[in-house]
Design a protein around this ligand. Sequence first.
Ligand SMILES: [Zn+2]
Length: 106
Amino acid sequence: MSTKAQPRPRRLPQRSCVACRTSAAKRELVRIVRLPTGVVEVDPTGKKSGRGAYLCRQVTCWEEALKRNRLSKALRTTLTEESRAVLQAFAATLPAEAPASGTPGR
Ligand SMILES: [Zn+2]
């Protein structure tokens, strides 16, 4: 039997933002997790166990998600005032808009 090396395309895991539905590589997005205890928090490492949802690194998506309860739906829970405050505080550290494309394509 010969074992031919087969090039296997490696796909990066893709996730989609719960606010704008854009899909991006997992590491491009920020994971929000609902821990088994019911606490909702930001999970920058993406390693915490629990139900997760993803958002872009854009404050607009976070505002949208909080305003329209997108996160509560995605996480199947109700966000407590405390969780909202934590998420808002995190959102405040994000850039207001997507990094401007300073490079004229081509
Ligand atoms: Zn988004």
